[in-house]
Design a protein around this ligand. Structure first.
Ligand code: NAP
Length: 261
């Protein structure tokens, strides 16, 4: 049993759907007051109602673009106004458009790096004073297995951005340690989100066949890893990357998967 995080103030960027929504749900169930962010107000309102219905802490939202310093500062202020400070920042918002190297434009690359890498820096910077004041600040990044460990055609820019988050994390963990802040990352494998349904049952079956546990991850699988990093019990863990992928990165060849039967 982890010590409950009742009353802690958490921000989950990109909490309006997908993995971020799952993280927000797990933290709210554990008693945290959660502020979610995103750009779609209808989604944000819906998630806040769902979180409130869980009966844990309070839930709120603020709209904004993580690639904008002003929006990130407004996000931090909204969490302070709603929940009295910031103890936990889950920098989760991210995009994964695909583009092959031969035809990738500078704009394609800039958008992915601005959102996934610059967005991480700006989110952390905006929350830094409040995380420091909390005395036990936690920063948890949503990276990916793609980039730090694996590759996938069409995702060279995305993979670069997810690996960059880990480079950021290691120096941030060192710089922020004297402030009592830990910085860690979760590396999701293939996670079942709302967007997956659009890709069809054949895509899902193919992905499941490549995972030793033979199932896609649930958003709560990622939320549970974030809850551990957010807990008092993880106080001495910093600068670490945790793959949560059902063993997806492990088989050394197709033969290894086939040999499982
Ligand atoms: P998703 O369902 O598309 O959700 C993305 C979230 O990020 C939404 O809440 C979206 O909000 C928000 N967002 C996107 N761009 C934003 C911006 N510029 N400013 C503010 N918010 C923004 O994606 P997901 O699959 O949950 O992915 C979440 C994170 O997990 C990403 O960092 C992704 O790289 C990582 N990841 C996902 C998987 C997977 O299998 N799903 C695997 C590995 C890693 P709005 O739509 O309201 O703007």
């Amino acid at each position: 049993m982890l010590t409950p995080i009742t009353g802690r103030s958490a921000i989950v960027t990109g909490g309006t759907k997908g993995i971020g929504k799952g993280i927000a749900r797990v933290l709210a169930r554990a008693g945290a007051n959660v502020l979610i962010t995103g750009r779609n107000e209808e989604d944000a309102r819906r998630v806040v109602s769902e979180l409130t219905a869980l009966g844990g802490g309070s839930a709120a939202y603020v709209l904004g673009d993580v690639a904008s310093r002003r929006d990130c500062e407004a996000m931090a202020q909204a969490a302070i106004d709603a929940h009295g400070g910031i103890d936990i920042l889950c920098a989760n918002a991210g995009i994964f458009p695909d583009a092959k190297i031969a035809s990738m434009s500078e704009a394609d690359m800039d958008l992915v790096l601005d959102t996934n890498v610059k967005g991480t820096l700006l989110s952390v910077q905006a929350c830094l004073p409040a995380l420091t004041a909390s005395g036990h600040g936690r920063v948890i990044l949503t990276s990916s297995i793609t980039g730090p460990i694996t590759g996938f055609p069409g995702w060279s820019h995305y993979g670069a951005s997810k690996a960059a988050q880990l480079g950021f994390m290691r120096t941030a963990a060192v710089e922020l340690a004297p402030l009592g802040i830990t910085v860690n990352a979760v590396l999701p494998g293939n996670i079942a989100t709302e967007g997956l349904a659009d890709l069809g049952p054949e895509y899902r079956a193919a992905m499941e066949a490549s995972i030793p546990q033979r199932r896609l991850g649930e958003v709560e699988d990622i939320g549970n890893a974030c809850l551990f990093f957010a807990s008092d019990e993880a106080a001495y863990v910093t600068g670490q990357a945790l793959a949560v992928d059902g063993g997806q990165v492990l088989p050394e060849s197709l033969a290894a998967l086939e040999a499982m039967g």
